[in-house]
Design a binder for this molecule. Structure first.
Ligand SMILES: C[S@@+](CC[C@H](N)C(=O)[O-])C[C@H]1O[C@@H](n2cnc3c(N)ncnc32)[C@H](O)[C@@H]1O
Length: 243
């Protein structure tokens, strides 16, 4: 028994308690290479203070250590470059990040560890963003951001793509009027597939007027890791508005 315990990774206790693990609905990696000492320590020492269980998302403005004027959600923040830059640039906004990949969460914690002010306004759900969206009250968010989600290129895997029509319903409900859904991808097929669904959805409008509006990353949109290594082609950036 002692032997088994010593082989246990620090993140395993947290992961095994996630309801979606039991449901088996999440696709993609949860764990990468075994975490090094300092990162493993952050998971046990810093994450509990920033951790957001879905039930607490029922009162999103109350999740943070300081009062915030708006709350934004990033789905699948990867290593957290974009989420962390937003926290630095928007000091009146509370940010919720959902990411099931433990190594990505550890990378965000490494950025946050010496930044107590940003820690006050970032909350992390190390799991499925759908559990957070299901808990959020109507019209409670100013932005939902989904950057370079896994494109699942094979037709039989399209059902795994995040922005299904049912998910657009959930996002539309969580966003307040005038709120934004931001989406980016470097995969033209995935872009076309997503545009078709968002433009068919009555809750969203796409105010873009010219190609430059979606070919260039808006100034207040920090670069993410996947954007930096975009492999399929030039990225496209979409800002949809909640009607
Ligand atoms: C291709 S990576 C992009 C990461 C980051 N957004 C970027 O641009 O660098 C997609 C990320 O979405 C995460 N992801 C997949 N399904 C998710 C879900 N249901 N909820 C939250 N994150 C999810 C994956 O773990 C992965 O880190």
């Amino acid at each position: 028994m002692g032997k088994n315990r010593s082989r246990r990774r620090p993140e395993e206790g947290i992961l095994s308690s996630h309801p979606e693990r039991a449901r088996g609905q999440l696709y993609g990696r949860r764990k990468g290479p075994r975490l090094r000492g300092a990162q493993a320590e952050l998971l046990t020492q810093l994450l509990p203070a920033l951790n957001l269980e879905p039930a607490r998302a029922r009162c999103p403005h109350a999740c943070f250590a300081v009062p915030v004027n708006d709350v934004w959600l990033e789905v699948g923040f990867g290593a957290g470059e974009h989420l962390y830059a937003l926290a630095r640039n928007h000091t009146d906004v509370g940010l919720i990040g959902a990411e099931p990949f433990v190594n990505g969460v550890a990378k965000l914690l490494s950025k946050l560890k010496d930044d107590p002010l940003s820690q006050e306004r970032i909350r992390i759900h190390m799991g499925d963003a759908r559990d957070i969206l299901a808990a959020l009250p109507a019209a409670s968010l100013g932005r939902v951001m989904i950057l370079f989600p896994d494109p699942w290129p094979k037709a039989r895997h399209h059902k795994r793509r995040f922005l299904q029509t049912a998910m657009l319903d959930a996002i539309a409900s969580a966003l307040r009027e005038g709120g934004q859904l931001r989406f980016a991808s470097d995969n033209p097929d995935y872009v076309a597939w997503t545009l078709e669904r968002v433009l068919a959805h009555e809750a969203f409008r796409w105010p873009a007027r010219r190609a430059e509006d979606w070919r260039s990353r808006p100034a207040d949109w920090p670069q993410s890791r996947y954007e930096a290594k975009a492999l399929c082609g030039p990225p496209s950036y979409f800002v949809f508005e909640r009607r």
